[in-house]
Design a protein around this ligand. Sequence first.
Ligand SMILES: Cc1cc2nc3c(=O)[nH]c(=O)nc-3n(C[C@H](O)[C@H](O)[C@H](O)COP(=O)(O)OP(=O)(O)OC[C@H]3O[C@@H](n4cnc5c(N)ncnc54)[C@H](O)[C@@H]3O)c2cc1C
Length: 493
Amino acid sequence: MSPEHVDVLVIGAGLSGIGAACHLQAERPGTSFAILESRGAIGGTWDLFRYPGIRSDSDMFTLGYDFKPWTGPKAIADGESIRDYIVETAREHGIEEKIRFHHQVLSADWSAADARWTVTARRTDTGETVELSCSWLSVCSGYYRYDEGFRPEFPGEERFAGQMVHPQHWPEDFDATGKRIVVIGSGATAVTLVPNLAADAEHVTMLQRTPTYILSQPGKDPLAELLRRRLPAKVAYPIVRWKNVLSSTALYQASRRWPGGVRSLLRRLTARQLPAGVDVDTHFNPPYDPWDQRLCLVPDGDLFGTLRAGKASIVTDRIATFTEHGIELESGAHLEADVVVTATGLNLLAMGGMTLSLDGEPVDVAQAVSYKGMMLSGVPNFSMVIGYTNASWTLKADLVSRYVCRLLAHMDRRGLAVATPLAPPEGADLPFLDLAAGYVQRSLAQMPKQGRRTPWRLHQNYLRDVRLMRHGSLEDEGITFAPAPVRTGQAVA
Ligand SMILES: Cc1cc2nc3c(=O)[nH]c(=O)nc-3n(C[C@H](O)[C@H](O)[C@H](O)COP(=O)(O)OP(=O)(O)OC[C@H]3O[C@@H](n4cnc5c(N)ncnc54)[C@H](O)[C@@H]3O)c2cc1C
């Protein structure tokens, strides 16, 4: 018996999967689709992470969908509000009933003879194996492992008598009251945790090996506040969105062109907010240029406020060994701790761990070349959402989802059934992501490559992508199209 068939199968019910479904619903009313989600809830990242203070580190006017105004009070919002926004979007568009929860996709096999994918999923609630087929596979599975975060082994950690916690698996009953907490890390998670834990803890120490660039941003957007009082949300939202797109693009481009100038600007802004005794060059002046790694935003300088209040401190050093009561550093200093939080990052995972094959032949994703940052050379009727590393994820997710709708409409008009990207004739040698961050570098080997020119180059530039993906041609040298295959014994009209 052939499995149930849908036109488009979306994998993942996070920010990207719900967005993809809403675009399909609005722009392709006759297209049937379903969403397979391995967890039991909508929201992905914004449902999984539950550590104190969990929030976005980019503004919600660009992390929100282009079709649904963000009306929350904060520009940098907490995880719960973002989750509510995603759930509300799904509800408003009637997407909830299209989601099959507890379906973890394991593999997808393309049949050239049938021009369709057969997707195999394991039910995480019953253990049952389920198959579905689809004409287009849209992978919105995020970019990291859900079952475990990145957690290096530290020397002597077995000696530590206190509690160790990873932010990806935050204990529901955790109580910071009166505790001495060391947060290991320097990224967005660490700078979020420090002020939030410090509210109750006796003291919080942020222990970092390497500093990060940290930029304070108003928690509420003054332009949004002003426009919302005078204009309907549908008018105010795109104005604030574009203001933020342009200002973050300008900061990124300036960082690339004049790294020295941007470095000293960020240094000055930070130094102004530090209390006496916290040296900006030791703790906030990274050895790399701005935007070689993601820049961290903190709302209303909350991290600096906590340092000024003496509720937290920052230490830049290396761990020599854990002791029974804390951490001994290479400098010889000892940090006393009741709790150590390892905010050491994520483990990247391509396509939610699912495998792809073409007529039973495994696809080596690492050998494929990405086309417009959303399809893979040699892989038909397939798209994936990987957001920007230098701007909000959703800016790219919306572009990809709209592009898929445009492509499907184009194929319908021309009586085509199969779209397959090609690799550039000169080959491709650039890594998929151009970010020096450890979590990216650790995982590049499982990522596709990118080429040196359009349409294989991933520019990480929203303005360029708007031109390419919203207004650019759907047919170019990087993609081939074919009509539905004629099966043996089938009459040709
Ligand atoms: C703590 C944290 C903070 C972040 N803050 C920001 C920010 O401020 N700005 C920003 O732009 N980005 C941020 N990001 C990146 C963030 O992941 C994206 O913003 C966005 O949430 C990604 O949405 P997504 O739907 O693509 O992926 P996810 O949110 O990861 O959702 C993927 C969904 O797919 C499901 N799934 C995965 N594999 C399978 C499978 N094999 N079968 C079935 N279902 C599967 C998962 O269960 C999940 O529900 C942050 C990430 C983290 C971890």
